[in-house]
Design a protein around this ligand. Structure first.
Ligand SMILES: [Zn+2]
Length: 503
């Protein structure tokens, strides 16, 4: 007879396998699936998801969890796995299936309304659907339970353990430092800038772009026997298992930036997924403790490493060899300056490192007000534009470049945006810790050796998986939890030098 803990482990593995099948179907949907297959694929995904839900909320799982958690012989890892499964299960059990269904239906309706509103540049076409999604999310937060702040219950899905009370002062302090930094840099030229360099009439061949993305992924230590890269419109990292990690990137003929930095970004996610300890595969321990910590790994590679000076010492000659015409006569310093140009802009996903987090803070503040029912939707576009003016000094010309730009709210996803900024803050702190631990890190990067950093991250972040909550994991590595100090110091040092100003 299997013990409750053995039965639980088997169920955890089954749930991870179902998740893997969902991951593979979703990846395929975004890459190779024929257009006509979308209805059939939606049915397959629906079946897999409800099967997974049933296997999680089944009454016997509750019995096994209760028995298992009372067992004094459990190892710390077994206990942790049971606790993690219990938290997932408790949240799933608390949601009435009628609410789950209604959210799914309203999401599809809201997505169509959002597309329509974008086509006609009219927020009011989307507002009634957004109102309905907000009501449903408030109901969902109430079903999960919270201590008076509904946003906490939604945040918990992406950033377990994080609370508005903890997050708000950190983002407020960050904003107070970023706004003057943006003002000091806006309208200035980087010392070595050549504005015509990226986005001019140059063309960058697909084949050469693709090869560079593969080269940099290999240099990072991404294992191509346990993963692959394909093309998609919106880059993402998916897959079915730590030994089957699927990255995607997007190629643009007029600029090599999205494909290369996209590969660094998704490669950072991919290394996390490939880096879990083998003994944890198919268990709840083989997971990032939060979206913010996952994002810290992609941003660390994309920005701290990939937009750094040392990195281009090695990679610029390779870029020049790959694009001899486009980059003839261009210096390494100019290229580095241009991939770091600071310019307040309307669209979050196109923003530079200095302005990016102000886009996130703006969304976070508005989401909080919306969830608290403290901002009528009729006032949302105005509140958006006023904050853009206040934080970045620009006003969107239309709602497509403003309040209608992200798909998140069309999905009714509230609580996700702050994970991007948590990722930026954690990335800076983890990179500073890596520099302290690896004294030759910058020289290694300059000579093209990225494996020392990969191994450091694997040991300290990837392999431990979900053993600790995100902030505790970061504290274990850096000596300090969530802080803006390392990130702001990084920006001041780097952009002060690039722009020749003291910040
Ligand atoms: Zn990412």
């Amino acid at each position: 007879m299997d013990t409750p803990s053995q039965k639980l482990l088997a169920r955890m593995q089954e749930l991870r396998d179902l998740g893997g099948a969902i991951g593979l179907c979703t990846w395929d949907q975004e890459t190779y699936m024929p257009e006509g297959a979308s209805e059939g694929r939606a049915a397959i995904l629906g079946t897999l998801e409800s099967l997974s839900h049933e296997r999680l909320v089944a009454p016997e799982v509750g019995d096994w969890l209760e028995a298992s958690l009372q067992d004094a012989r459990l190892t710390p890892d077994q206990r942790r796995m049971s606790e993690l499964l219990k938290e997932d299960r408790d949240r799933a059990v608390k949601l009435p299936s009628s609410l789950v269904r209604e959210i799914a239906v309203e999401q599809s309706a809201a997505i169509s309304a959002w597309r329509q509103a974008r086509a006609e540049k009219d927020f009011q076409l989307f507002a009634p659907k957004l109102q309905r999604l907000l009501e449903l999310r408030r109901a969902q937060a109430d079903a999960w339970g919270h201590g008076g702040e509904r946003y906490d219950a939604l945040l918990e899905r992406f950033e377990r353990g994080m609370r508005v009370q903890r997050l708000t002062p950190v983002l407020e302090a960050l904003k107070a430092q970023l706004v003057p930094l943006v003002r000091a840099l806006a309208g200035r030229e980087p010392l070595q800038g050549r504005p015509e360099l990226l986005g001019g009439s140059r063309t960058y061949a697909d084949g050469a772009q693709w090869q560079l993305t593969l080269d940099v992924l290999a240099a990072m230590g991404f294992d191509f026997r346990a993963g692959r890269q394909d093309r998609s419109i919106h880059p993402f990292t998916g897959g079915s298992h730590p030994q089957d990690v699927r990255l995607t990137t997007r190629l643009e003929a007029s600029t090599p930036v999205p494909s290369f930095f996209g590969a660094l970004h998704e490669g950072g996610h991919g290394l996390f997924e490939q880096g879990f300890a083998e003994g944890d595969f198919r268990t709840p321990l083989a997971a990032s403790p939060s979206m913010g910590l996952h994002e810290s790994q992609s941003l660390l590679w994309e920005n701290q490493v990939g937009r750094g000076q040392a990195f281009w010492r090695h990679w610029f000659p390779r870029f020049q060899a790959a694009f001899p015409e486009a980059l003839a006569g261009v210096s390494e310093a100019s290229f580095h300056a241009e991939v770091n140009r600071v310019q307040p802009s309307f669209i979050r996903v196109e923003a530079d490192e200095v302005t990016y987090n102000l886009h996130v803070v703006l969304r976070y503040e508005l989401e909080l007000l919306l969830l608290r029912d403290a901002l009528p939707l009729s006032e949302l576009p105005g509140a958006w534009d006023a904050r853009m003016q206040q934080y970045l000094g620009i006003t969107p010309p239309d709602p497509v470049k403003g309040v209608l730009q992200d798909i998140h709210w069309a999905w009714g996803e509230f609580g996700y945006f702050p994970t991007y900024t948590l990722g930026n803050l954690y990335a800076a702190s983890l990179y500073a810790a890596a520099q302290r631990a690896l004294p030759t890190l910058e020289q290694d990067i300059a000579s093209g050796n990225l494996l020392g950093l990969r191994d450091y991250l694997r040991k300290n972040i990837h392999a431990p998986g979900y053993r600790l909550p995100a902030e505790e994991r970061v504290r274990a590595v850096t000596g300090e939890g969530l802080t803006d100090r390392d990130f702001v110091a990084y920006l001041r040092g780097k952009y002060g030098a690039l722009y020749g100003v003291s910040l």
